[in-house]
Design a protein around this ligand. Structure first.
Ligand code: GLN
Length: 539
């Protein structure tokens, strides 16, 4: 019988529920158990695709083209899974399905209500994932905080699941912040107590509580959390501030959390093995070298906008025994302020990430030009790829006003243009070119030496692409398109063979990067940053 773990959070958002859920999954995997994870997002959007990354963080793209919450990225990275659209459930998705069923006549004669129709739809989707993925444990993280209006139908659904699945097959984990006061250094458990009360008011008694705290909770705090949470002392765990998020499974495991869960589910026989994970964590924590990377972006004020990219850079760093220090530079500042552009000299590598719309593009192009002219290792992803084409067209091929029609619809030289199949699309939700597509890699290129494969599958999220009318002039001037779609119609990878490392892709390698198995383009970039730095020091 499949087991269900439900993770809720209280008090305030961003207490690290995503990392906690991933860490519980990791501890269970380390026992040889098969797990999958569902993220519930109580907002009314059908998916995360139409949300601004500056407010909500990046949109994570799954193989099947789902535009999902960034927590799916944490699950995939921690658990080395390839999840699907259905692993992200939103209010919008649930209501849309219920309303469609109502219109079809599935509930004829009945009044359609939150309980049971909406809650049944939620449970049905959780069960569906459980069935399809054939796992031992399904972890479900409920986004937002307990008590939010939007979250109530989801909490009601998971409350009912205890009745239906039985005590021995369900586990409620609640996490809340335990702040430490600056003045008295006292640990404050009251906010946590309140959120547990709120959860109980809804009808859920947590089985275990995780205190999210700056440091390890003391005995007094543990005793209080246990007493007011009505759980034994040994069901209280603490997720304290760590140098790296990848330490969290080790921190919780040391406190006995996986023993607790396994005992509860009757998995105690399963031996645990976290050696591989520990090895990766050690590589992250004890680097021998360091490189500084400038990430020139439009959403630089919110690092969550680029979380998969930063993590992919770190995975690549760990593989090169290198700490990757990332400075998030606001692209717009770079276009207005010459001194800021001069600062680019301080970096071992320049990285230009994804993006949408004209804002900040001049600054990104300035950074790309700087990288090309000064032979600083460069990696461009998606918009970064398109802007590298524009920079090359303008400054090497001499194509005046070369641009993307996304930035200048009247450009005389539209080297980047809307994909033909995108013309006429007016609906914005889920209509980009999304998900995994096959790419053919040209032998004897940098791309080939990185991927060691003539065929790769990579994830996409874009509407624009290289305009084939210009591919010949770009090629003649030295730009190599070393990766193309299987019909050769789309340019997918570019490189400049006469530079130390100048590489960009239309796809997003970061979504496939995993601890211990970095993505090739990110690895190539960090390795180049390090090699170039060491070469510079020697000369
Ligand atoms: N705005 C560009 C496009 O739609 C790039 C998208 C991206 O960087 N993900 O094609």
């Amino acid at each position: 019988m499949v087991k269900f773990v439900f993770v809720t959070g209280g008090g305030l958002s961003s207490v690290g529920k995503g990392i906690l859920t991933s860490s519980i999954g990791k501890m269970l995997q380390a026992r040889g158990l098969k797990v999958t994870v569902i993220k519930i997002d109580p907002y009314v959007n059908v998916d995360a695709g139409t949300m601004n990354p500056y407010m909500h963080g990046e949109v994570y793209v799954t193989d099947d083209g789902g535009e999902t919450d960034l927590d799916l990225g944490w699950y995939e990275r921690f658990l080395d899974l390839n999840l699907q659209k259905e692993n992200n459930i939103t209010t919008g998705l649930i209501y849309r399905a219920v309303i469609e069923k109502e219109r079809r006549g599935d509930f004829l004669g009945r009044c359609v209500q939150i309980v049971p129709h909406v809650t049944n739809e939620i449970k049905h989707r959780i069960h569906d994932v459980a069935k399809k993925s054939d796992v031992d444990v399904v972890l479900t993280e409920v986004g937002g905080t307990v008590g939010d209006i939007e979250g109530l139908p989801f909490l009601e659904a998971i409350r009912q699941m205890r009745l239906e699945e039985g005590f021995e097959n369900t586990l409620y984990v609640h996490v809340a912040l335990v702040p430490v006061l600056d003045v008295t250094a006292e640990m404050k458990t009251k906010p946590l107590q309140h959120s547990v009360n709120e959860l109980r008011r809804i009808g859920i008694q947590p089985d275990t509580i995780v205190a999210r705290s700056p440091k390890m909770i003391d005995t007094e705090a543990r005793r209080k959390i246990a007493l007011f949470g009505t759980i034994p002392d040994d069901a209280v765990f603490c997720s304290y501030n760590a140098e790296s998020v990848y330490e969290v499974p080790l921190i919780l495991d040391e406190q006995g959390m996986s023993d607790f869960i396994c005992k509860r589910f009757g998995f105690s026989e399963c031996k645990k093995d976290l050696r591989e994970w520990r090895k990766f964590v050690d590589a992250i924590l004890k680097p021998q070298h360091e490189v500084k990377v400038a990430l020139v972006g439009k959403y630089a004020g919110l690092t969550d906008s680029y979380v998969s990219m930063s993590e992919a850079l770190k995975h690549a760093g760990a593989a090169c025994k290198t700490r990757v220090c990332i400075d998030f530079l606001e692209a717009e500042k770079l276009e207005q302020d010459k001194e800021c552009a001069e600062k680019l000299r301080d970096y071992d590598g320049i990285f230009v990430p994804y993006g949408f719309g004209p804002r900040g593009t001049d600054g990104k192009i300035t950074a790309i030009k700087f990288a090309r002219e000064n032979d600083v290792p460069f990696l461009g992803i998606c918009y970064g790829f398109q802007l590298a084409v524009i920079e090359f067209a303008r400054n090497v091929c001499g194509l005046k006003g070369a641009n993307s029609t996304e930035i200048d619809p009247n450009s005389a030289n539209p080297v980047i243009d809307l994909m033909p199949e995108q013309r006429g699309i007016e609906i914005k939700g889920a209509t980009m070119r999304l998900g995994a597509h096959k790419i053919l890699v040209e032998p004897k290129t940098s791309a080939y030496s990185l991927y060691k494969n003539e065929e790769i599958l990579e994830r996409h999220r874009h509407r624009f692409e290289v305009n084939l009318d210009f591919s010949e002039i770009l090629r003649k001037n030295g730009l190599v398109f070393s990766g193309k779609s299987s019909d050769s119609r789309r340019m997918e990878i570019l490189e400049l063979p006469d530079r130390f490392f100048f590489f960009a892709s239309q796809f997003h390698g970061e979504f496939k990067s995993r601890p211990g198995r970095p993505d090739p383009e990110y690895y190539g970039f960090i390795k180049a940053c390090l090699d170039k730095k060491q070469k510079k020091h020697k000369s």
